[in-house]
Design a protein around this ligand. Structure first.
Ligand SMILES: *Cc1c(COP(=O)(O)O)cnc(C)c1O
Length: 345
């Protein structure tokens, strides 16, 4: 039997429930490049309906969905407006420049808010011969900093974009976490964008896959670009069946992850030397700092590891623990005990 780790690195590490695996085995499959894979069709139709859009396209990853969206919305040399440190800007290997050939104009993200004036100032004046064309605005919700953008903020940005005839792409890798935090259906958030990426392989526990969702003609063009990118896959029904199970059975369960994160955050405040980033506590992530000089990063990670706990190292001086399907309440108690043993002399 494989060792059971308490893996706090990300919600991407989630393993599949038995019933999800059964759904995969029993999937009705075909060849999706010929567009005759019934399980994939079913997933795409369900996702489109769930988000209140016309159509959806199954793709290998969230990065793929975002980059496919950028490629399909823009032309080479265009500029896209995006929040500072968004996944698309900071964690997609420069793909927007390398693949779509666009440049990024970043606007600041203030915790859970993008100033609509900043976006307005970032939109290029088309009459100036020097300027690139602003052809897309990208927003992210939930944000990677643990916050969610408010619905009002998204509405303001979408209205502005509409007035300038600029489409909006929503990187909703954790859209359902955002919906839970905002207390609205995912559809309500998706209504504030033209196209949306959702990840099946994070807290929803599917093994692989994301969906790009949008209007029919856009998805038709994206399908062609997906093929160009080498993303035309054949018997995707096995993966799509897992995805459909994820969307139908795993969304409401995200509430447990949020509750566990809240519990973890409150227990971390018991430990002297830990500074909790308590203003960034909207979803299944807990960010914290350890007081300078208390323990070396490598020592801390090693002590966690030898107690069966996996964590990423610091980013910008902070640790991040992520709760997910596979982390239960008792695991959090274990983590807190181990951390106390590391930090309290
Ligand atoms: C994880 C994530 C992605 C990309 O997903 P991959 O499947 O890892 O490529 C995109 N955006 C955000 C905000 C994410 O958290």
């Amino acid at each position: 039997m494989t060792k059971r780790w308490i893996d706090l690195r990300s919600d991407t590490v989630t393993l599949q429930p038995e019933e999800m695996k059964r759904a995969m085995i029993e999937a009705e499959i075909g060849d999706d490049v010929y567009e005759d894979d019934p399980a994939t069709k079913a997933l795409e139709a369900y996702a489109a309906e769930l988000l209140g859009k016309d159509a959806a396209l199954f793709v290998p990853s969230g990065t793929f969905a975002n980059q496919l969206a950028i490629m399909t919305h823009t032309r080479r040399g265009d500029e896209i407006i995006i929040g500072q440190d968004a996944h698309i800007q900071a964690h997609e290997v420069g793909a927007a420049a390398a693949l779509a050939g666009v440049q990024l104009k970043t606007v600041p993200v203030h915790l859970n808010q993008i100033e609509v004036l900043d976006v307005r100032h970032a939109i290029r004046d088309l009459s100036d011969v020097h300027y690139p064309e602003t052809s897309l605005i990208c927003v992210e919700n939930a944000l990677g900093n643990g916050c969610v953008l408010t619905l009002d903020n998204m509405k303001e940005i979408y209205r502005l974009a509409y007035l300038h005839s600029i489409p909006v792409h929503l990187d909703g890798a954790r859209l359902f976490n955002a919906a839970l935090a905002l207390g609205v259906p995912a559809k309500t958030i998706a209504a504030q964008a033209d196209t949306v990426n959702i990840c099946l392989s994070k807290g929803l526990a599917a093994p692989i896959g994301s969906l790009l969702v949008g209007e029919k003609d856009f998805i038709r063009r994206a399908r062609k670009n997906r093929k160009r990118m080498g993303g035309g896959m054949r018997q995707t029904g096995y993966l799509a069946a897992a995805g459909l199970y994820a969307l139908t059975h795993m969304v409401d369960r995200l509430r447990e992850d949020h509750e566990n994160a809240t519990y973890l955050a409150s227990r971390l405040t018991e430990i002297p030397g830990i500074e909790l980033m308590k203003h960034r506590r909207d979803i299944n992530m807990v960010f914290f700092k350890i007081e300078e000089g208390l323990i070396k990063e490598a020592t801390f990670l090693q002590k966690l590891l030898s107690a069966g706990i996996k964590s990423n190292g610091m980013e910008d001086g902070e640790y991040r623990f992520v709760t997910h399907y596979g982390i239960v309440r008792e695991d959090i108690d274990t983590v807190v005990e181990v951390m106390k043993a590391c930090l309290v002399q």
